[in-house]
Write a protein that binds this ligand. Structure first.
Ligand SMILES: [Zn+2]
Length: 342
């Protein structure tokens, strides 16, 4: 039987939340032990605050099951001492004056104690530092109006990440498993990938297919990259990847809108790869207005000039009568733009 103590800190450092969606970076760290099944049960009866801690802890347990195969189960109104030296096999949680007899570090918020045999977790207990100031909020960490107050729920999410087998991840990627508490409140893609590595499914890929239709022309591109349609209209992405598609009409065309994949309208199209998906973009030919014509004569020579029209392949000028016999003799002009074939 071995014992692992995972210490988690509060403090002034705020984690950077990356704006881009990381789809190919896997930075999660594993503790080295995990449950034999993708589930663990906590006995939860945290005194105080009219049930606020119990509700927040249950909410934190739920968050780990949203995009993973792991499920935390809860037995409420049943206290299990997380510091009970007799290994009960039951997982408990509470606020404690000390870390089960050891002194808290000056910035330690909570500690997860894991028991395991070989690499199999047999019990895990979570203790929160009672000497700290706690509440539940979702605004930036320790900022007004919660300056100096720790958000119990996001720390619980973090500790439960340890309870299922994740270690600290401090490479700078967006994660709930950073050593220091920050603005991240829910498991991120990297955390979800870590759970998938522990409990499956193995990383699943889904294909995003894009199509174009309509009388116009244009390009569909993706962020993260992979689609430039154009010629590259299909791409395989890791399950859970969030993709933004952008439609750029060619000169003389307009973008008429999205369909499929839950997208509509003419803004950007965002899809999350929870299954194979297909998205179509409609491009229409823009109405071609005749160019502005400038017309001058020098003696008997006539010069016509005009501004070019985007998307126009050529221009035809009709005039009458024929033959032309002088500026005063022109009684009609017809100016027509030829359309560029898509
Ligand atoms: Zn931690």
């Amino acid at each position: 039987m071995r014992w692992l103590r995972t210490i988690c800190f509060g403090g002034g450092l705020t984690l950077l939340v990356l704006a881009s969606y990381a789809s190919t970076s896997y930075a999660y760290q594993l503790l080295g032990n995990k449950w034999p099944q993708p589930t663990a049960t906590f006995y939860v009866d945290i005194n105080g605050a009219d049930g606020l801690w119990n509700d927040a802890f249950e909410g934190a347990m739920y968050l780990w099951g949203v995009d993973t195969d792991f499920e935390f189960r809860i037995v409420r109104e049943t206290y299990e001492d997380p510091c009970d030296p007799i290994e009960s096999g039951r997982n408990g949680v509470s606020f404690e004056d000390t870390d089960c007899g050891d002194s808290w570090g000056s910035t330690t918020l909570a500690i997860t104690h894991s028991w395991f045999i070989g690499s199999t977790t047999t019990q895990t207990d979570i203790v929160f530092n009672r000497n700290e100031s706690w509440n539940v909020y979702s605004t930036p960490w320790s900022s007004w109006p919660w300056s100096g107050v720790n958000d119990f729920k996001r720390v619980a999410v973090h500790e439960l990440g340890h309870a299922l087998g994740l270690a600290h991840e401090d490479s700078g990627i967006s994660t709930i498993m950073g050593t220091y508490a920050g603005d991240t409140t829910v498991p991120q893609q990297d955390d979800i990938n870590g759970v998938a590595a522990l409990y499956g499914p193995s990383v699943v890929n889904y294909t995003l297919s894009t199509h174009k239709y309509g009388t116009g022309a244009g390009i569909i591109s993706s962020s993260p990259s992979g689609i430039y349609c154009g010629s590259d209209c299909n791409e395989s992405y890791t399950s859970g990847t969030r993709i933004t598609l952008t439609a750029t009409p060619s000169a003389g065309s307009t973008f008429a809108g999205w369909s499929g994949g839950g997208c509509s309208g003419t803004g950007t199209c965002r899809v999350t790869m929870t299954a194979a998906k297909s998205v179509a973009a409609s491009f229409s030919l823009a109405a071609l207005l005749p160019p502005q014509l400038c017309f001058s004569t020098t003696g008997l020579e006539v010069t016509a000039s005009w501004t070019t029209v985007p998307g126009a392949a050529g221009y035809t000028l009709y005039y009458a009568p024929f033959p032309y016999t002088g500026e005063d003799s022109i009684d009609s002009l017809k100016w027509q733009v030829q359309r560029l074939c898509p």
